[in-house]
Design a protein around this ligand. Structure first.
Ligand SMILES: Nc1ncnc2c1ncn2[C@@H]1O[C@H](COP(=O)(O)OP(=O)(O)OP(=O)(O)O)[C@@H](O)[C@H]1O
Length: 573
C-alpha cells in the first residue's frame, strides 16, 4: 500500500460475511465468461492476482519444507513411535489450516487493494460517499455486464445514444442501486442523474412482467415526468418493458386497481389521486425514485409524497433520492424513510454547474431590465435563450413586449391551457412574419402545455420565457444562455435555473439582472459564483448574511404597452 493513501484504510478488518458482495466479485471474476473483456482492460489487476496466487503457493511450500525439517528428528528418536501416528496426521490438518489462513489473508490484501483503488478512483472523479460497505464505482459501461450481467441490448442503447463513459454520478449510484442499496444522491445539474437511476431499475427488473406496478419514479412537474418517460423508453428501446406516464387520461379511468406496468412515472398529485381515488395498487413496487427530491419534500408536496411512500408498502422496497440540491434538513427528513442508504455526492453539495459562466448585471429598475434585454438581443442573440421571471403574470407581460420585437419567442407557465398554447404560438409566429404550418407544432390531435417545450427543443422558438415550472430537470440540449430576468427566489432556484445551460459537458452562460430590492440576496449568488469557479463581485461577499426565504418582491409592471392595446393583444389570460 502506498504511503500516501495508507491512512484511508487504517483500522479496517476484513469481514468476509459483511463484505460478501465485494468478496463474491473476486470469486465471480474467474467464472464469468463476459469478464474476460473487462479483465483485458485491466492488465495490472490481472498480473497482480497471478503474482498473489504464486505468493500463496510459495508460502505454503516454504512452510511445508520447514515442517519437514522439524519433523525429521522426532522420527529418529526411539521409543517415541507411539506418538508417530498422531503426529503424522497433524501436518495435514495444519497444512489445511494454513492454506485457509493464507487464502484469507490474500483475500484481505486484495480487498484492501480494491478499497485503495476505489478511493483513488473516486478522488479522481470527485465522488464523495458515505455509508457501509459501498460497492466499487464503475470504471466503464462494460463493467455493467461483467460485474452485473447487464443485457447487451441496454449497453447497445447507451452506445447508440452516444454515451461512451459513465458520468461520475452514474459510476457510483448505479452500482449502489444494483447492490440493492438505497441511494441518496446529489450531483450537479446536467450530469446524467436520470440514467443513474433508470439504468439500475431496468437491469434489476430484468424482463417485462405483468406482476403489478414494479417501479415508480416521481417528478415534481408534468414536463419533467414527460421527459423522464421519454428517456426511460430510449434506454429500454428494443425491450418489452411497459413504461407508462400517469397521464390525465389514465387517471380518469374508473378503476386502476388492476393496472400494471414495469415503470410508472408520475407527478405526486396524480399518483396520490390514482392511489386514493382509483385504488391504484403500489404494494408491489420494488423501486421508488424521488427525482428532484428536495422539491418533493417542500411543504406543498410533502403530504402527497408521504402518502405515496406509505402506499409503496413492499417491505423490500429500495428507495432513492436524487437532486442537484439537497439541503441538510431534507437529508434529515429523508433518513427517516430510508434504511442503510449510501450517500453519494458529486463535487460539492449544492453548487452550481462549473460549465456555466455566470454574470450579475445591475439593471436599476424594471425599465432598465427591459432595456438591457433588448440591447443584448440587438447586439447578439445567440439562441436558444431561456428567460426566467418570477410569476405567470410577468411571463405574459414580458411575452407581450418581446413578441413585437420580431423574435421567435414563446412562453410557458403553470396555468397556460392547451388551447392557449397553440393559438398563442400562431399569433406569435404571425407577428414575426414566419408563419409555420399548424402541423409543425401539433402533436396528433393534442395540443399540450409541453408544445412550448417541444418547439423550443426543435429550434422553432429561439427565446422561451418561463416561470420556475421548467427550472428543474428539463434537459434542453445546448441552451446557450439563461437570463434571470427576475432574481431567483432561493439559492436552489438559482442553481436549477442556470443549470438548464451547460449540460452534458457543454458550456453555457447565465446572466442575472438585479435591482435595489434584490441587493440583500446578492451575497448568496456571489457565493455560488465563487464556489463554481465564475468571476464574482467580491464586494457582494461582504454584504450582511440574510436568511433567504422565498424572495419574490412586488415588482413594477414590465409592460410598456398601453393598457387598451395590451388587452387587445393575444397573450394568455
Ligand atoms: N454517460 C453519458 N454520456 C453522455 N451524455 C450523457 C450521459 N449521461 C447522460 N447524458 C446526457 O446528459 C444530459 C443531462 O442528463 P440528465 O437530464 O439526466 O441530467 P441531470 O443530472 O438529471 O440534470 P438536472 O439536475 O438538471 O435534472 C442529457 O442530455 C443526457 O442525455
Amino acid at each position: 500500500m502506498e504511503k500516501g493513501t495508507a491512512f484511508l484504510f487504517a483500522g479496517i478488518h476484513f469481514d468476509k460475511k459483511k463484505f460478501s458482495t465485494d468478496f463474491s466479485r473476486f470469486q465471480e471474476k474467474k467464472e464469468n465468461d463476459k469478464v474476460s473483456e473487462y479483465l483485458s482492460l485491466d492488465e495490472n489487476i490481472e498480473s497482480e492476482e497471478e503474482e498473489e496466487e504464486k505468493e500463496v503457493e510459495e508460502r505454503v511450500r516454504v512452510k511445508k519444507r520447514k515442517r519437514k525439517r522439524k519433523a525429521v528428528p522426532s522420527e529418529t528418536v526411539e521409543g517415541f513411535s507411539v506418538f508417530k501416528s498422531s503426529k503424522s496426521a497433524a501436518p495435514v490438518v495444519n497444512e489445511e489450516n494454513e492454506k485457509l489462513e493464507d487464502r484469507l489473508s490474500l483475500e484481505k490484501k486484495k480487498f484492501h487493494q480494491q478499497l485503495e483503488r476505489d478511493a483513488l478512483f473516486r478522488k479522481k472523479h470527485n465522488i464523495h460517499v458515505s455509508g457501509n460497505n459501498i460497492p466499487s464505482p464503475l470504471t466503464d459501461f462494460v463493467e455493467l455486464s461483467s460485474r452485473y450481467g447487464c443485457s447487451a441490448k441496454l449497453l447497445r442503447n447507451l452506445a447508440e445514444l452516444g454515451f461512451k463513459e459513465p458520468t461520475p454520478i452514474q459510476r457510483q449510484a448505479i452500482p449502489v442501486m444494483l447492490s440493492g442499496r438505497e441511494c441518496f444522491a446529489c450531483a450537479p445539474t446536467g450530469s446524467g442523474k436520470t440514467l443513474a437511476f433508470v439504468c439500475p431499475i431496468l437491469m434489476k427488473l430484468k424482463d417485462a412482467s405483468k406482476d403489478g406496478i414494479r417501479a415508480v419514479i416521481v417528478c415534481p412537474t408534468r414536463e419533467l415526468a414527460n421527459q423522464t418517460t421519454r428517456e426511460c423508453k430510449k434506454f429500454a428501446e428494443g425491450s418489452k418493458f411497459r413504461i407508462k406516464l400517469l397521464s390525465k387520461q389514465l387517471v380518469q379511468r374508473a378503476d386502476l386497481s388492476q393496472f400494471s406496468c414495469d415503470i410508472l412515472i408520475s407527478t405526486p398529485l396524480r399518483l396520490k389521486l390514482a392511489v386514493h381515488k382509483k385504488k391504484m395498487d403500489l404494494s408491489r413496487v420494488a423501486y421508488l425514485v424521488l427525482d428532484e427530491s428536495d422539491k418533493l419534500f417542500e411543504l406543498g408536496l410533502l403530504k402527497q409524497i408521504d402518502s405515496i411512500v406509505k402506499a409503496c408498502s413492499n417491505p423490500s422496497i429500495v428507495r432513492s433520492l436524487f437532486s442537484a440540491t439537497l439541503p441538510d434538513f431534507i437529508e434529515e427528513l429523508a433518513r427517516t424513510i430510508m434504511h442503510d442508504a449510501v450517500r453519494v455526492i458529486i463535487g460539492r453539495k449544492n453548487t452550481a454547474s462549473e460549465n456555466v459562466k455566470q454574470k450579475l448585471v445591475f439593471a436599476g429598475s424594471e425599465e432598465g431590465k427591459l432595456l438591457a434585454l433588448r440591447q443584448s438581443f440587438a447586439e447578439s442573440l445567440n439562441p436558444p435563450v431561456l428567460i426566467f421571471v418570477q410569476s405567470k403574470e410577468r411571463a405574459k407581460e414580458l411575452y407581450a413586449e418581446l413578441s413585437v420585437d420580431n423574435i421567435r419567442v414563446d412562453v410557458i407557465h403553470a396555468d397556460l391551457s392547451q388551447a392557449q398554447a397553440s393559438s398563442f404560438f400562431l399569433v406569435l409566429l404571425g407577428g414575426s412574419g414566419k408563419m409555420l404550418e399548424k402541423s409543425d407544432y401539433m402533436v396528433g390531435s393534442q395540443t399540450m402545455r409541453h408544445n412550448a417545450v417541444d418547439n423550443f427543443r426543435a429550434g422553432k422558438t429561439w427565446v422561451l420565457i418561463a416561470t420556475d415550472v421548467i427550472a428543474r430537470g428539463m434537459d434542453f440540449k445546448a441552451v446557450n444562455c439563461v437570463i434571470n430576468y427576475d432574481f431567483p427566489d432561493s439559492t436552489a432556484a438559482y442553481i436549477h435555473r442556470i443549470g438548464r445551460s451547460g449540460r452534458a459537458g457543454r458550456t453555457g452562460e447565465a446572466i442575472t439582472l438585479y435591482t435595489e430590492e434584490d441587493v440583500p440576496f446578492l451575497r448568496n449568488i456571489a457565493n455560488e459564483m465563487k464556489s463554481s469557479g465564475s468571476e464574482f463581485p467580491s464586494w457582494a461577499l461582504g454584504l450582511r448574511k440574510k436568511k433567504w426565504k422565498k424572495h419574490r418582491p412586488r415588482r413594477d409592471t414590465i409592460s410598456t404597452i398601453p393598457q387598451d392595446q395590451g388587452e387587445e393583444s393575444n397573450h394568455p389570460k
